[in-house]
Design a protein around this ligand. Sequence first.
Ligand code: GTP
Ligand code: MG
Length: 180
Amino acid sequence: MSKPLRSLIKVIVLGDCGVGKTSLVNQYVFKKFRQQYKATIGADFATKELEIGERVATLQIWDTAGQERFHSLGVAFYRGADCCILVYDVNVPKSFETLQRWHEEFIKQADLTEPEKFPFVLIGNKVDLEGGSIETVSEKKAKEWCDSRGNIHYFMTSAKEDYNVDAAFLCAAQLALANE
Ligand code: GTP
Ligand code: MG
């Protein structure tokens, strides 16, 4: 039997503070969820191994800080990324509006040679809170945003209820491998 092909995939997770970046990573890697908010300072990283067909991929997931004052610390990690996951909170329209800025800044700071070919995944998180009286960002609007910026893949998730979290990270890994 031949040895499986091994790949290291660097994934960067970006988005406003409080949208659930750390919660998504913790749910995906450790199957844990914490109700309490603790802001990420700079960036943290976690790894997870997964099998994709014949390959064994190690995802190195960089969870960056959304808070403005810690922002510049995160930028240093963008270089060498194989995939970027952009996150917003479906219940916070402002976190959707700032995606544009996160997207553009990533393209610039990661120094992408062919941004249109680079794999991006968009996550609308906290769908478990949807349906209250508050204004939410519609799925249609999110999909339109993805289409207008090339082929960005979209997932609606709940880090709290572990809904669609695996699917979103698996997609990120598959896109990165396909782009190698
Ligand atoms: P920064 O590190 O400051 O950039 O924030 P973050 O994007 O990492 O957010 P974090 O994961 O720390 O989550 C912020 C708050 O939202 C925490 O209180 C979480 O418990 C909560 N939260 C995260 N994901 C979900 C979700 O899917 N549903 C619900 N109901 N709450 C969530
Ligand atoms: Mg965080």
